[in-house]
Design a protein around this ligand. Structure first.
Ligand SMILES: *Cc1c(COP(=O)(O)O)cnc(C)c1O
Length: 241
C-alpha cells in the first residue's frame, strides 16, 4: 500500500497531497473550535515545515497557507527570505530553542519567536532589535512538565520571568507556548498554560501539535503548531522536537 492509499502523508508528499492534508487539518481545527464554543478564526494554524524542502512550503503556500514554523534559524534562512517577495503576507514563526548567538538572525527573519525562555536570551534579543531596527512578536516557552532536557522556563520561575519580560518587551510579549511531555495526557499542561496566560493578561497560547491539537483547542489554544499531519513524516533521525 502506498502512503497516499493509506491516507498518511510522507516525506516527498506531492502538492495535491499537501493541499488535501491542509484542508483536512483546517476542517479539524474548525470542528474543534465549534465543539468548544469558539469561533474557528480564533485559532491560527502554524504549518511546521522543518526538515521538509522548499517545494513542500511552496505547495502549502499555493494552498493558501501563510503562517509557517521552523525550529532552526539556519534552515529558516535557507527557505523563507526568498518567498517573502512573492508572498508579502507570509509569517514565519521560530518555534525551537534559540541560542543567544542566533538571536540577531532570528530577529532579522522571524515575525514571531515562540521560545523565549531565559534572561540572557532577552538581553540578546534586545541588542539584536537595536541593531536590526525590528523586533518580532514574542512568546515565552514554559516547560510545563519541568523536563530537564527540554527548553522552556521551569514552572516555578514562570511567573517572575513573565513579569520581567512584560516589563522589558511591553506589547511585543504576546503570550505563552508549551510542549507537554511525550506520552502524558497533555490536557493538564494545556490548562496550566491557559490559566497562566489569563493571569498575566496575555492573549496568545501556542499549544497542540499533530497528535493533540483538537484537545489544545478545547483548552484554549490560539496557535496550533502542526507538522506531520500536513507535510508527512520527517526523515528519521531528524524528527526530534
Ligand atoms: C516539530 C514541532 C512541532 C510539530 O510537530 P508535529 O507532531 O509534526 O505536528 C510543533 N512544535 C514544535 C516546537 C516542534 O518542534
Amino acid at each position: 500500500m502506498t502512503d497516499s492509499q493509506s491516507g498518511v502523508a510522507s516525506a516527498g508528499t506531492g502538492h495535491g497531497e499537501i493541499a488535501s492534508a491542509l484542508a483536512a487539518v483546517r476542517e479539524q481545527i474548525a470542528q474543534a473550535a465549534r465543539d468548544a464554543g469558539r469561533k474557528p478564526e480564533t485559532v491560527t494554524l502554524v504549518a511546521v515545515s522543518k526538515f521538509h524542502p522548499l517545494e513542500a512550503v511552496e505547495a502549502a503556500l499555493a494552498a493558501g497557507q501563510r503562517v509557517f514554523g521552523e525550529n532552526r534559524v539556519q534552515e529558516a534562512m535557507s527557505k523563507f527570505p526568498q518567498l517573502r517577495e512573492r508572498y508579502p503576507d507570509l509569517r514565519l514563526h521560530l518555534i525551537g530553542g534559540l541560542q543567544t548567538n542566533k538571536a540577531r538572525d532570528a530577529v532579522r527573519i522571524a515575525d514571531m519567536i515562540e521560545s523565549l525562555d531565559r534572561a540572557p536570551l532577552s538581553d540578546a534579543l534586545l541588542r539584536a532589535a537595536d541593531q536590526e531596527g525590528r523586533l518580532p512578536d514574542l512568546l515565552i516557552e514554559v516547560n510545563t512538565g519541568d523536563e530537564p532536557q527540554k527548553f522552556g522556563v521551569p514552572r516555578e520561575e514562570a511567573d517572575a520571568f513573565i513579569r520581567a519580560s512584560v516589563a522589558r518587551f511591553g506589547s511585543k510579549l504576546r503570550g505563552l507556548m508549551c510542549i507537554p511531555p511525550a506520552g502524558e495526557d497533555p490536557c493538564p499542561h494545556f490548562r496550566f498554560l491557559t490559566a497562566l496566560a489569563d493571569e498575566h493578561g496575555l492573549s496568545v497560547r501556542s499549544m497542540g501539535m499533530s497528535a493533540d491539537f483538537p484537545q489544545a483547542i478545547a483548552e484554549g489554544a490560539t496557535l496550533v503548531r502542526v507538522g506531520t499531519a500536513i507535510f508527512g513524516h520527517r526523515p528519521a533521525g531528524l524528527a526530534g522536537t
